[in-house]
Design a protein around this ligand. Sequence first.
Ligand code: MD6
Ligand code: FE
Length: 199
Amino acid sequence: MGVTIRGAVLHDGWLDAAAQAAMVEDLRGVLAVAPLVRPVTPSGKRMSVGMSAAGRFGWITDSRGYRYEERHPNGVEWPPIPASVLAVWEALCPEARAPECCLLNWYAEGAKMGMHQDRDEADFDQPVLSISLGDEALFRIGNHTRGGKTESVWLRSGDVLVMGGDARLRYHGIDRVKPGSSPLLPNGGRINLTLRVVT
Ligand code: MD6
Ligand code: FE
């Protein structure tokens, strides 16, 4: 079920507070192995979001471009995707192949993400599933090309958004995060996980 916004399906409150807290603990384990980095885009701008990943692949950007890599920039293999995270994919995307990347985006105060398409994957028939943890974020979704009318929705801690089918290649981004809007993370901020099939 869930609420549909431009073909993306929002399962609001999918994870309860206990499940969110357990997932955050699992993610602390991921970050201990694969620490956050603030990547620089090919245009030379440092992103405001910190990134890490779990699974076979992590998504990387640097002066050479955007791509998936099998190792963290520091040389370690990405840690496995936690079972707590895989369970959400299995529940909401049962027809899909197994995810090969769980990208972790960290939004400290003031961080945002410009409008983009997720198109570095090989098979656009496979959905992307996003999990929000911590402070609320204003998510904007638009069209299959840049520009035009858009719609926005606040993503709250525990919400899960699935972008498949017609929504898979829509432009989307995060305009802002509301500080202090969730008690989940002791020092505030927001974590977004996106699960992807890469190959
Ligand atoms: C975010 N999310 O929520 C950014 N991508 O912080 C995304 O970029 C995203 O929510 C693909 C599918 C769902 C998403
Ligand atoms: Fe995205």
